[in-house]
Ligand binder design. Structure first.
Ligand SMILES: [Zn+2]
Length: 65
């Protein structure tokens, strides 16, 4: 599933295998962009988990009187 990207999408320069950035123009490769999206998603899930935990504590506290 990991389609190898041979050249930079931005400037067309050949990429080193597994590179995250183009060495000429600095553009992110597709693989790096996908990893960034994945990292953002993981962070979002973590953030929502924290929010849910705080909300649960508030809820428990409010109903303990
Ligand atoms: Zn480039």
């Amino acid at each position: 599933m990991d389609n190898v990207q041979a050249a930079c999408d931005n400037c067309g320069k050949e990429l080193i295998a597994g590179a995250a950035y183009c060495e000429r123009c600095g553009a992110r490769t597709r693989r790096a962009r996908r990893l960034v999206r994945l990292a953002i998603r993981v962070e979002l899930v973590f953030f929502l988990a924290v929010v849910a935990m705080v909300a649960a504590f508030v809820w428990v506290y409010a109903f303990q009187k």
